[in-house]
Design a protein around this ligand. Structure first.
Ligand SMILES: [Zn+2]
Length: 412
């Protein structure tokens, strides 16, 4: 069942994480606010033989900018090959990255990010200096101290680059995919599919690659800490099945999309049999006759991506709710999250494919139901309820088709 209802720009630098050996991280801290200044977090997200991917976060510590250019020099022959969320040019070792339309404004303290794939050989050292609109981002480079000894043998690198395939569905699916897309364009949001800005895609891209959840425990049952953790693990494992469809496809920028449960909503605190503070707990905050996490922290209620009245701020916001209701048959899904029976979820924690959850996640990312028509030439598939219990090739290509049509919205 589809239950439709109705950009987060993180202001903090992302902690550096290296996916593969050979990457480098550099944080250049700028001057105090009021003076021109900037901070750049240069992160190699992925590296393989001959190639690498980056994510660069620029924080403006000076006066507001309308239009920005970031420059740096590569000293080891690296070449930028494909960029997103910025226009990147290169002359010799000199690299120039300029904003695109949607991220031209950079207020004091604001951050934006862009990324690119590049090539390298021999070594791939991070740049030692950056300049924003010609002003050097001052401060000494900070090299994080390793907390564990460096490995004595390099971690294995992939021998082949991740696939970067574009839009190339199997020939027999081209026509049905076109039928589906025409149908959703005509029927969604009164014919204005592109006017809606809270698809799951918008949420992942606003967060730059993760999703936060609230569990709405619409039940009289108690929950142990072990069950809480299992509920999270199951959600993450099922979600990954959809996100893996995108890895390496058509400039999709993430190798993984972490799923984090940040909040639990219950009628009575005593139902939750843990005392640790790993999740925020919301007691007896009732909407739709069910417990909810605070709307002030919810993406559905704050689609501008700011959470000024959320006690934990952006870090504790939630994008979607996993809504588990005693005795609920079937499921519902939308931009707000997924709903199904509490008993169904708890009885299928270890199922390879929890097909109702998978189907409802499909809705969160825009996929439609097929109650009244079927695209020609395709058999059973997950989004045609009751005809398949796992993500099929056709489901996967419908999913990718959403990215194909929305990605320009994010500068891809
Ligand atoms: Zn449905």
């Amino acid at each position: 069942m589809r239950s439709p209802r109705a950009s987060l720009r993180l202001g903090v630098a992302v902690a550096a994480i290296l996916a593969f050996t050979g990457g480098a991280t550099l944080a250049v801290t700028g001057a105090q606010a009021a003076a021109p200044g900037c901070r750049v977090d240069y992160r190699v997200t992925n590296q393989w033989s001959g190639g690498f991917g980056t994510d660069i976060t620029v924080t403006n510590l000076g006066d507001p900018l309308n239009g920005w250019t970031l420059t740096w020099t590569y000293g080891a022959g690296q070449r930028v090959t494909q960029a997103w969320n910025a226009t990147v040019t290169q002359s010799g070792g000199q690299v120039t990255a300029t904003n695109v339309g949607h991220n031209s404004a950079l207020g004091t303290g604001a951050a934006t990010s862009f990324g690119f794939n590049g090539s390298w050989s021999g070594s791939n050292p991070a740049p030692t200096s950056f300049a924003l609109n010609g002003v050097t981002c001052t401060g000494a480079p900070v090299t994080p101290a390793p907390t564990t000894p460096a490995p004595t043998t390099p971690a294995p690198s992939p021998t082949t680059p991740p696939p970067t395939s574009g839009w190339n569905p199997p020939a027999n699916l081209v026509n049905p995919l076109n039928q589906v897309w025409q149908h959703v364009e005509q029927t969604y949001n009164n014919g204005n599919l592109y006017g809606f800005r809270n698809y799951g895609w918008d949420q992942v891209m606003a967060n730059r690659g993760y999703l936060n959840f609230c569990v709405r425990w619409d039940s009289s049952a108690t929950v142990t800490a072990a069950q809480r953790d299992q509920i999270h693990t199951t959600l993450a494992r099922q979600y990954k099945k959809w996100m893996d469809v995108m890895v390496g496809h058509n400039a999709w920028p993430y190798q993984q999309v972490p799923i984090k449960v940040v909040g639990w909503a219950v009628r009575n605190r005593s139902q939750l049999q843990w005392t640790d503070t790993s999740v925020d707990i919301y007691v007896n905050n009732i909407r739709e006759n069910a417990p909810q996490c605070a709307p002030e922290c919810g993406r559905f209620f704050n689609q501008g991506g700011q959470y000024p009245n959320c006690p934990g701020g952006v870090a504790r916001h939630y994008d979607q709710s996993l809504w588990l209701t005693d005795g609920f048959g079937g499921g519902a899904g939308g931009d707000w999250g997924q709903r199904m029976g509490r008993e169904y979820y708890m009885n299928n924690l270890n199922a390879e494919n929890m097909h109702i959850l998978l189907h409802e996640i499909g809705h969160t990312f825009g996929l439609d139901d097929f109650y009244d028509w079927t695209p020609s030439g395709v058999g059973g598939f997950l989004m045609r309820a009751g005809s398949a219990s796992s993500i099929t090739t056709f489901d996967a290509w419908m999913f990718r088709d959403w990215w194909r049509h929305l990605k320009s919205r994010y500068g891809y």
